[in-house]
Write a new protein. Sequence first.
Length: 331
Amino acid sequence: MSTTKIRTLVASLAMSTLFVAAASCVEAAETWRAYTYNAVATVTPVKEMQAMFSEIKTVTGGQLDVRLHVGGTLPITESNITQAVSDNMVQIGDDAGFVGNLPVGGLVRLPLLLNTREAFTKAWNIEEPYLQAELKRKGIVLLGKYIYPQNVIWSKRKLTSLSDVQGQKIRVISPEQAEFVKSLGGVPVTLGPSEVAPALDRGVIDGVLTASSGYGYVWRDLLKYSYRINVSFIDSLIIVNEGAWKTLSPEMQAKVKQAVQKYTDRITTRLLAEDEDLTKKLRDGGMVITRPSDADIAQARQNFSPYWSQWGARRPELGEALRKVRSSLGD
C-alpha cells in the first residue's frame, strides 16, 4: 500500500473516531422537564428560572437541557409537585405547595410566628435538616429555595380589619394558613395559581393570601382591598429527582447547584425589592391598602398563638424542631 493511501486511511479512521465520539456525546445529553406552580410567564420567579435553565445548558456544554413548564400546562396540581418529582414525572420542581407532602415545611409558615425576615431565616435553618430527611425518604434532593416577601390578605370585598375576614372565602396555600382563616371566621379554599383568577371572577372565592410581588399585582383587577398583616413568609423549593440527579457527573452537579444558588438568591432579592414598589402602584391605582397598628398585630398574635403549640402536639415527631424554633425566638 502506498504512503499516500496509508495516510488517507489513517485520516479516515481518525475522522470516524471523532464522529463516533461526537455522536456519543450527543447521545449522553440529558433533556429534563421542570414544572412550576407559577401560571404566569411574566412573574419574576418564572423569568429568572428560564434564565437559570438557559445558563445550566450553557455551563454544561449542552449536556443538560431543562425545559420549564408553567402551572396548568401539565396534569400536575400545585399540591402534587413534590410527588411528581418523586415519581420522576418531571425531574425538577419549583414547589411552594409542598406542606401536604412534607409536614415539617409548615413549621416556618405558622401564621404570625415569624414577623421578620431574620426570624424566618433563623427558623428555616433549624427546619432544613428535618426537611432534607423528609425529602430523602421520597427520593428527592433539595437544590435551593427562594422566599416571597410577607403574605398578606387581599379581597374584592371590604377588608380593612381582621374582623372583615368573617364569612369571606379566602384562597390559601397551606394547612396552617387555612387554620388562620378559619380562626377569623373565614372559609379557606385551596386552589392553584392558574385557578385563582377565574375563581375570583365567578365568586368562588372572595380573596387570597399572597405577596404584592407574588400575585397581588397580577390579580389587581380582581381585588379591591389589601390588609397588610404578615401572615407568613412563603418559601418555594427547587427540588430534583434523586435518580435523575445521580445520572449527572459530580462536576455537572456542582455547576447545576451553583446556578440554582445564584438564581434563587436573585429571585428572593428581586421579589423583596419589587414588593413595596408594587404596593405603592396598587394604592395609586385605587387599591384600599390598610396597615395594621402594632397593637392590632400584637392582639392577633396573642389570639392565634395557642395554635402553634397545638400544631406541635398533633405532630409529635416535629416537636423537637418546633421547640428549637421557638427557643430561637426567645419564646
